[in-house]
Structure formats: structure tokens, C-alpha cells
Write a protein that binds this ligand. Structure first.
Ligand code: PMP
Length: 366
């Protein structure tokens, strides 16, 4: 068996030890005589998995006690719809800062039922930078300000000199889509009202979504909604209002344990900085053979989109990289070109292999 270095944007590569543990426990979880995925979600075995996963995630991300943590279905897209249902009262404005494709998606989810104000829009600049904070037009009395911490397709991330750049929006709760950068470095959760993330990039498998909510916000009335769309009900039901995706939740739990054992988010911050620096350096020193047009200060550490100077070489690049054991480098259809997604589970050796492949490819085709 040989495993490739997999640069898929999500579902994405998982840590090998996690896959091995899942394999070892597949037929008989902890001597119960059944797989964890064959047992009731309300039984003691899965409840143990659920409670440990929450406790471990709280440790990993330093989530304060006044924040609730939910493990839900429906992906990040469903949360994009639910945040307005739960936290914007009828008639109340919501503010959206758009820095790429997923911010646009978030806005689209809520326009049918709340007033969504486009507070800042990076699209006229081709989503190559983050609109300056002093250009944002925030509404009076907004329910929240929403932004996307890392744009997975456009490769644009809120960065500052010392790490994550958390925009200052005063007293209005800040809501953030962290789908593609959650747990990739230390983060001051107390600056946020809501953080949500599909797990399938940095936290493990697709099929489960983490939602972190400042508890006092749950007292807001929000819009009329069914119980299954109500975060309060989910919290009361311990994220088990209906049958949860137990397998995905369990794999997420194993992935979080792996991250803790590897040294936690501080360690991943360093690895991720080294990995992305190596790739951007390879692109920037290629004399224009490869290019990435995102403003240096806003370049994503997680998703590195790049273009070959001649798109006629794209097919050869993909074919040769795949043959070299470097898979899933094709860019998103919205942008074309290539994209290397290098989340927590991508080993540094994978990025080193990609960088040397890129240099070698340039020599052969340059
Ligand atoms: N937000 C971001 C930043 C994403 O990268 C994605 C998926 N790639 C989504 C939202 C949508 O997530 P899902 O498919 O889990 O609904």
C-alpha cells in the first residue's frame, strides 16, 4: 500500500494514525463486540465519545465556559442559514464582509428572510485582498457582522503580523466561518459571538460541523423557526435532537486527540507557517512560471491557489504530479489553475515533495 500526499481542499487528507486507529477499532470498539457506528448514539459508549470529543476540543481550542459547542449536520452551509434564523430578530440588519466565494454563499443563504447588508466586498478587486477595515460600511444596530476567516477557493485569509487578524467591530457580535482554518493556530475565542466550521478540512471527516456560540446570544428571539433549526434546542438535546452522524463525530474525536498529542494548535501554527512559506517561496522565486496574485499580507496558510504561466501546461502538471504521488491539485472550477490545500494533517514532507516537484517540472517545461 502506498499513500499519496493528498492536497484535496475537503474532504481532505486525514492523519494516518487516525485512520489506523479507526481501522483497528472498526470491528470491535474497546471490546464491546461491535463498531462504534453500530451502537446507539444514546448508549454509554457513544455518549463517552461525544463527551470526550467536546472536552478535547475545548482543551485544543481553549474554548471558554461561556461558549456552547454543538456538533451538527448539514455542513457549514446550513449554519450560514441558521445563524440569521437564530440571532437576527425580524427587521434587524445583518452585516456581511465578503472576501471570496464562501462569503458570497453565506450572504445568499440569508437574503430571503433578513436584511443582509454588504458591508465590504472584495469582488471588484478579484478577491485578491481584504477590503481595508476603515472602508467597511457597518449598519447601526446590526445583529452581527459575518466574515470568512479563510476563503478556501480564493486563498485569502485574515492575517496580521502576529497571526490571525480578528476584525474589530465594536460591541456587535462577530460571526466567523472558520471552515478551512479552524484549529490551525491559537485563537482568542472570546472575541467572537459565533464560530462555525465544517470538520472536513482541519478537524477530520465531512458530515459533522462544529458550532461555537457565546451562550448569552442564545437568549435572542431570532426568527420563527422549527425546533430542528433552533440552536437552543440542539444545545438542550446535546446535539442529538435527531440521530447524529456518529461515525463522523467519532473520527473528529480521534483527530482532535491526535492534534493534542502532536502538541496542540501552537505546534500546528508553526508547521502551517513553514508549509505555506515554502510553497509561496517556490511560486515567488519561479520567475513568473508559477504565480499567486493574492496580496502578500492576505495570503492563506491553508489553501494556496496558483497558476502556471501557460495554462496549456495544466494538463501535464496534473498528470505528472499525480504520477509522482501528489494528488488533488486541480484548482476549483471558479478559478481554474491549481490549488494546494495544506491543512493540519498535511505533513511537512508532503509540501516539501510538492515544492521540489514544482521546481523539477519548471526545469523540464520552462
Ligand atoms: N465555508 C467555507 C470557508 C468552505 O470552505 C466551505 C466548503 N468548502 C463551505 C463554507 C461550505 O461547507 P459545506 O460543504 O460543509 O456546507
Amino acid at each position: 500500500m502506498s499513500r499519496a500526499f493528498n492536497f484535496s481542499p475537503g474532504p481532505a487528507t486525514l492523519p494516518e494514525p487516525v485512520l489506523q486507529q479507526a481501522q483497528a477499532e472498526m470491528l470491535d470498539w474497546h471490546g464491546v463486540g461491535a463498531s462504534i457506528v453500530e451502537l446507539s448514539h444514546r448508549g454509554p459508549e457513544f455518549m463517552q465519545v461525544a463527551h470526550e470529543t467536546e472536552a478535547d476540543l475545548r482543551t485544543l481550542m481553549a474554548i471558554p465556559d461561556d461558549y456552547a459547542v454543538l456538533f451538527l449536520q448539514g455542513g457549514a452551509t446550513v449554519q450560514q442559514a441558521l445563524i440569521a434564523l437564530n440571532f437576527a430578530d425580524p427587521g434587524q440588519a445583518t452585516d456581511y464582509v465578503i472576501t471570496g466565494h464562501w462569503g458570497k454563499t453565506a450572504l445568499k443563504q440569508v437574503t430571503p428572510y433578513v436584511h443582509a447588508n454588504l458591508a465590504a466586498d472584495g469582488e471588484p478587486g478579484g478577491f485578491r485582498d481584504i477590503p481595508a477595515r476603515n472602508s467597511w460600511r457597518l449598519s447601526d444596530g446590526a445583529a452581527y457582522v459575518h466574515y470568512t476567516a479563510n476563503e478556501t477557493i480564493h486563498g485569502v485569509e485574515f492575517r496580521s503580523a502576529n497571526g490571525c487578524d480578528i476584525p474589530d467591530v465594536g460591541d456587535v457580535p462577530l460571526f466567523a466561518d472558520f471552515s478551512s482554518s479552524i484549529a490551525s493556530e491559537p485563537l482568542d475565542i472570546s472575541r467572537f459571538g459565533v464560530i462555525y466550521a465544517g470538520a472536513q478540512k482541519n478537524l477530520g471527516p465531512v458530515g459533522v460541523t462544529v458550532v461555537i456560540i457565546r451562550r448569552d446570544l442564545l437568549e435572542r428571539a431570532g426568527q420563527p423557526r422549527a425546533g430542528i433549526f433552533d440552536y437552543r434546542a440542539h444545545l438542550k438535546g446535546e446535539s442529538m435532537l435527531n440521530t447524529p452522524p456518529t461515525w463522523n463525530w467519532y473520527l473528529l474525536g480521534l483527530t482532535v486527540k491526535w492534534m493534542l498529542a502532536e502538541g496542540g494548535v501552537a505546534e500546528f501554527a508553526q508547521r502551517n507557517a513553514r508549509k505555506s512559506a515554502l510553497l509561496y517561496d517556490t511560486i515567488d522565486t519561479s520567475g513568473g512560471f508559477y504565480c499567486n496574485e493574492v496580496a502578500t499580507a492576505a495570503r492563506s496558510r491553508m489553501n494556496v491557489p496558483f497558476f502556471l504561466h501557460d495554462s496549456a501546461l495544466d494538463a501535464a502538471f496534473l498528470q505528472e504530479s499525480t504520477a509522482a504521488g501528489l494528488i488533488s491539485l486541480k484548482g476549483h472550477r471558479v478559478l481554474g489553475g491549481m490549488r494546494a490545500s495544506i491543512y493540519n494533517a498535511m505533513p511537512e514532507a508532503g509540501v516539501q515533495a510538492l515544492a521540489s516537484f514544482m521546481r523539477d517540472f519548471q526545469q523540464r517545461h520552462g
